[in-house]
Each structure stands twice: as structure tokens, then as C-alpha cells.
Design a protein around this ligand. Structure first.
Ligand code: SF4
Length: 454
């Protein structure tokens, strides 16, 4: 027996989120959407009346992981009332109706640009037991729907999606097919949502988009870019830090670069994926930029502020990558000294242009990954090590459960675990770093009177 509509008010929804920050943002917005039809959020999936799986297609075997997860849910609810099972996210978009055919336990499949239809789809299913698949690219309608629902997120550090989709078509990437063409939200709607987040207590906002720095919104005779958004957010006195991710090198325009000199709140940290240090491989990937161009962006930013740090993504053993190409990537890694980075071996994504290319021998690929990760991780450890015995400004995100310690981040996104006084959540506090490892800094706050009031 399934969920009865007249009983909806006491029903619970659980969302399991895979993947990037954009999915995390979407999951929060979905919670807010389904609360309008009576669902309450639960952290325990076993008690859910509606189970939503928000999926990611970036990593290997994404599809299989979804079916595995659904199998787990099925097992758990074997002798209980079946929840309404909804699959959202990029796997839903890529697989569409096939998912319901393969796994009839799934009731609804909704792609990322159709979330405005989620309430109706759930209600419809409850009423008529209809299976539903919604995978149109209705980005405009989606944001129009969500703009009418207040963002209640009250985290110290919040995400705000300003742009979706991608027109770049890197040969290895599935995003242009799962998120559709580039779309930028109206400028004033973003500012309104930022204000809601700030009123809720957010001290840091990370502007999100698959190509966040391609943000471009035209209204009457005005053009709004990411730089305009940053400088407008700057004016909210309660907001302490601004970040944006993920960027494409060719959209690092001069107005955006200049923000790093003008803004006092833009973090001196840029995640700017390069993927390879070889122009030949960049061309094979259809990345639309060269190593020299990337370096010119790096130099401009460093000239503006030498304290700016970079992080990147690297795709190792892309089909056609030679030992020479790989060594050029290592040369670039040594030159830029990335503060942290993500690196993966290429694996084909169905539907992309690179999906049928001849793979590089797995042992060679693994060896290359090991070499680059040694380089990247050693650098990361070293950067953290030299922070020891210095004082860093940490935005305190939360107290660690059952401990007298806090968690926060530096301007460079490095995690800090530290001892501190009461009532410091949401404040930027000076922390003396006493030790470190590859991913974290450890320390304690220094004198209370030195705490910068937030
Ligand atoms: S720019 Fe980014 S999102 Fe777009 S295709 Fe390339 S890797 Fe994918």
C-alpha cells in the first residue's frame, strides 16, 4: 500500500545527494519545494515516505551506483509501506525513461531542468499511481518556479546557483547533455536570493554554475556579468566572504580578474580547471584554451595579489596523451604550485564524443595518476605545513558534535579544526595553527578580544 494523499501532512521526505555543490544546492531547493505539498525533511531514510535520489553522472559507473542504491532502499522497505521513489539529477537526465523500465521500483524520473514539476509529479503519482518521466530543458520555468519559494537555508556558508548548463562541449564531458545549454538567472533574482540567505545568517556565499564565469544576463540595455554580481554582493555588510565555482579559463575576462583587486570580500582563491598541461591534449579535448592562455590568467591574478592561490582539475591518460604530454602537465603543476586539486584517470562517458576513443593502457594510466597525485599532495602538505605557527582567519561553520572543537575554513577553503570559545559560529576568528596534515589544519583561537566581530 502506498502513500495516501489525504495523509500527506505527516509525511517525510529523504534526499540522498551525490556529486557536486550544484546538486547540494538543488537538493535544498527540492526540500523547500516538496515542503509546499506537506512533506517534512527527515535525516533517516528508513522512515521516508518519499525517497529522492539526486544523482551525479561525472564519476565512473554512475548509473550502476544508482541501481545499487535503489536496491538498498527496496530491501529496507520490503516489509514496510513503499515510499514514492524519485530519481533526480544528471543520471535521471541521461537515462530518462529507461530507468523506470529497468527498475520498476522507481516511480518518477526528473532531470535537473524540470524540478519545477516535482510537486505535481509526486501528487499525480500518489493520486493515480502514474509513473512519470520529466527530462525537458525548461531552465527558465524551473528558476521562475523556485524564485517564488524562499530559500530558507541558514548555513554559515551557503551555495547560490546563478548559472546552469554548458556550451563548451569538452569531448570527455557529459554536462552539456545533462544540464543543457548555458543559462543565466536574472540578476535581480540572484540578489534577492542572496539577501534571503544573508537574512538567514549566511556569512559566506559561493556562487555556483557549471560555467559560473560565463554568467551573462541582459536586461533592457544593461549587461550583467559575474563581476557585477560580486561587486553588488560586496555591499551587504553582514556578508563576509564571496566565492564562485566552477570556472572555465576562457571566461576569466579582465573585469572579473579586476574584482580580485577591487573586492574586499572575494576570497583570494580560484578553482580554475586546466585538465592538461599539454596544448596538444587540450586541443584533443576541445578545451578551447591553451596552456599559455591559462598562464596569462595566472600571471594577471598574481600581479594583482600575490597571495591568490589556485586549484585545478586534471584528467590523466586522456586518449592520445603521450609521455611527453604528461610531462608537460607535471611541469605546469610544478610551476603553479596548486594549493589543492582533483585528478582522475579518463574514463569514457556514454554519449560523449570521447566515449569511443582508444583507451591508454591502464597500468600506464595508473602510474601517471600516481606521479601527479604525489606532486599535488606533497605540495598540499607543504602549503599546510608552512601555515603552522602562523595565525589564519577562519570562518567558523559549526561546532563539532560531542566535542569541544569547531570546524571552519580559511580564505583558501582549507578545513580547520580548532579549540575555541563559545558563540563563535558564524564569526571570522583568528586561529593559531599548531599542526597540520594533507587536508586539515589544527589549532586554537587566540585571545577573545582579537576576534573580529561578525
Ligand atoms: S566546460 Fe566544464 S562543464 Fe562544459 S563541457 Fe567542459 S568540462 Fe564539461
Amino acid at each position: 500500500m502506498e502513500l495516501k494523499k489525504n495523509n500527506l501532512k505527516s509525511k517525510k521526505v529523504f534526499i540522498k545527494t551525490f556529486g557536486c555543490q550544484m546538486n547540494e544546492y538543488d537538493s535544498n531547493r527540492i526540500y523547500e519545494s516538496v515542503s509546499k505539498i506537506g512533506f517534512k525533511k527527515t535525516e533517516k531514510f528508513e522512515e521516508a515516505n518519499c525517497y529522492i535520489l539526486n544523482t551525479c553522472h561525472i564519476r565512473d559507473k554512475a548509473k550502476e551506483k544508482v541501481y545499487h542504491e535503489i536496491g538498498r532502499v527496496k530491501k529496507n522497505f520490503k516489509s514496510k509501506t513503499k515510499p514514492v521513489v524519485v530519481v533526480t539529477g544528471c543520471v535521471a537526465q541521461a537515462e530518462n525513461n529507461e530507468m523506470i523500465k529497468r527498475e520498476p521500483y522507481i516511480d518518477i524520473v526528473i532531470g535537473p531542468q524540470s524540478y519545477h514539476k516535482i510537486n505535481d509529479s509526486i501528487l499525480q503519482h500518489i493520486k493515480k499511481k502514474e509513473k512519470k518521466e520529466e527530462t525537458d530543458f525548461d531552465t527558465f520555468l524551473k528558476f521562475d518556479f523556485f524564485d517564488k519559494i524562499k530559500n530558507k537555508n541558514s548555513k554559515v556558508s551557503s551555495y547560490l546557483t546563478i548559472q546552469e548548463g554548458c556550451d563548451k562541449f569538452c569531448k570527455f564531458c557529459v554536462v552539456p547533455y545533462t544540464r543543457g545549454p548555458e543559462y543565466s538567472r536574472p540578476f535581480n533574482k540572484i540578489i534577492e536570493e542572496a539577501k534571503q540567505l544573508i537574512d538567514n545568517g549566511s556569512k559566506e556565499i559561493t556562487l555556483l554554475g557549471q560555467n559560473v564565469n560565463a554568467y551573462l544576463y541582459k536586461e533592457k540595455n544593461k549587461i550583467y556579468k559575474l563581476s557585477n554580481l560580486i561587486m553588488s554582493l560586496e555591499k551587504f555588510s553582514e556578508l563576509k566572504r564571496i566565492r564562485f565555482t566552477t570556472s572555465h579559463p576562457i571566461d576569466m575576462t579582465d573585469d572579473l580578474i579586476e574584482c580580485y583587486g577591487e573586492s574586499k570580500k572575494l576570497a583570494p582563491f580560484l578553482h580554475l580547471p586546466i585538465q592538461s598541461g599539454s596544448n596538444r591534449v587540450l586541443k584533443l579535448m576541445n578545451r578551447k584554451h591553451t596552456v599559455e592562455y591559462y598562464l596569462s590568467v595566472y600571471e594577471k591574478l598574481k600581479n594583482l595579489n600575490s597571495k591568490i592561490e589556485f586549484s585545478s582539475d586534471f584528467l590523466i591518460a586522456y586518449p592520445g596523451e603521450t609521455e611527453k604530454d604528461f610531462n608537460e602537465t607535471i611541469k605546469l603543476v610544478k610551476k603553479i604550485n596548486f594549493i589543492n586539486s582533483y585528478s582522475f584517470i579518463f574514463s569514457p562517458r556514454p554519449g560523449t564524443s570521447a566515449s569511443n576513443l582508444k583507451l591508454i593502457d591502464n597500468n600506464i594510466a595508473k602510474r601517471r595518476l600516481k606521479i601527479i597525485q604525489n606532486e599535488l599532495f606533497n605540495n598540499q602538505k607543504l602549503k599546510n605545513k608552512i601555515t603552522e605557527n602562523t595565525i589564519v582567519n577562519v570562518l567558523v561553520e559549526n561546532r563539532i558534535e560531542n566535542q569541544d572543537k569547531f570546524f571552519g575554513r580559511t580564505e583558501y577553503m582549507t578545513s580547520v579544526i580548532f579549540e575555541g570559545e563559545k558563540d563563535i559560529e558564524g564569526k571570522i576568528v583568528p586561529v593559531l595553527i599548531t599542526s597540520s596534515n594533507q587536508n586539515n589544519l589544527f589549532g586554537k583561537t587566540i585571545l577573545k578580544k582579537n576576534i573580529e566581530a561578525a
